[in-house]
Design a protein around this ligand. Structure first.
Ligand SMILES: NC(=O)N[C@@H](CC(=O)O)C(=O)O
Ligand SMILES: [Zn+2]
Ligand SMILES: [Zn+2]
Length: 349
């Protein structure tokens, strides 16, 4: 098969940033995706409904004319978040989820949650109105090795929380381990998971063996091959609990290439071509539409897109960087030639 037309996909976990970087990265998402769930970890974070409305307006102002792309907004959960504010923002359709960052777990998470006890009232309210909680599922406890942070989060935080608030809808963001895949698989309809493109194609050897590759460094950090295989199996399985969230997380090269470099892989420009490469290699191109275009919308109770996206095979080529007024962004994966591209045709959302 040299061409593949699928229902227009959605990206259920995306960092658009703001300002010059947002203007440079947004068109790459808008040419592939109808909608994206926009992460709120700006500096300062998107904590109030007013913040979310302003941010949405800035995104729409930078949206390429005629793209039809729709940003779906989230609020950043803090220990001060008020249940009534969350309810009000959800009721007017401004937000479709709230994001939990354990404080210190990842980029711009300093305003996140230290004590889960302080956010229980908000979470109980969210369960009542069916508003999903998206979680960066890693503990930051000093006794836990960084490669075990996700598994420990399930045991220490997520599973107790879901028992305490039955009916709370949760998306485990960017799952990276077999442990998370198994937990989500057995978690029922109220539990879903996003899987990124980079975690589907790389393991930790790719990042660390034969030289350190800063553009592969993201959080949760890449894991060993058995975990990557579990993610691939979940994405190909047709299980609707698993859906695409690229976690495309641009940081200009100057911020990534330094003694303490930022975490995040900038995958947006190649997200769908790279996925096509992977699903093709696995002999499962027919599974791509469910994973990228259907399962997520069903989880969030939103209509499926009616537009399409066409991908076509091409001679494998390396990618150019994306320039911004703040400096260049290296597109993931700087070492990989990609054998698919987005075709001109196809209709927007
Ligand atoms: N994934 C990352 O490595 N980085 C994300 C934050 C996040 O999604 O955890 C970022 O905002 O840069
Ligand atoms: Zn995260
Ligand atoms: Zn992210």
């Amino acid at each position: 098969m040299d061409r593949l037309t699928l229902r227009r996909p959605d990206d259920w976990h995306l960092h658009l940033r703001d300002g010059a970087v947002m203007r440079a990265v947004l068109p790459h998402t808008a040419t592939q995706f109808a909608r994206a769930l926009v992460m709120p970890n700006l500096v300062p974070p998107v904590v109030t409904a007013a913040d979310a409305a302003d941010y949405r307006d800035r995104i729409l102002a930078a949206n390429p004319r005629g793209s039809g792309f729709r940003p779906l907004m989230t609020l950043y959960l803090t220990e001060e978040t008020q249940p009534r504010d969350v309810r009000a923002a959800a009721e007017i359709g401004l937000i479709i989820a709230v994001k939990l960052y354990p404080a210190g777990a990842t980029t711009n998470s300093a305003s996140g949650v230290r004590d889960m006890g302080k956010v229980m009232r908000v979470l109980e309210n969210m369960a009542q109105i069916g508003l999903p909680l998206c979680v960066h599922g890693e503990v930051v406890d000093s006794d836990v090795d960084i490669f075990d942070r996700e598994a420990a989060f399930i045991d220490r935080v997520l599973d107790p929380l879901r028992r305490q608030i039955p009916g709370l809808r949760v998306v485990m963001e960017h799952v990276t381990t077999r442990d998370a895949v198994e937990y989500v698989r057995s978690g029922g309809d109220d539990l879903g998971a996003t899987i990124t493109v980079h975690h589907l194609v790389l393991n930790r050897n790719h990042m660390l063996a034969g030289g350190i590759r800063p553009h592969y460094y993201c959080l949760p950090v890449l894991k060993r091959e058995t975990h990557r295989r579990a993610l691939v199996e979940a994405a190909l399985s047709g299980d609707s609990s698993f859906f695409l969230g690229t976690d495309s997380a641009p940081h200009v090269d100057a911020a990534k290439l330094q003694p303490c470099g930022c975490a995040g892989c900038f995958t947006a420009p190649v997200a769908m071509p790279l996925l096509a490469d992977l699903f093709d290699a696995e002999g499962a191109l027919d599974r791509l539409e469910g994973f990228a275009s259907e399962h997520g919308a069903r989880f969030y109770g939103l209509p499926l897109n009616t537009g399409t996206l066409t991908l076509e095979r091409k001679a494998p080529t390396l990618l150019a960087n994306v320039e911004t007024d703040d400096g260049p962004l290296t597109v993931f994966d700087p070492g990989r030639a990609i054998g698919w591209r987005v075709a001109e045709e196809g209709c927007a959302p």
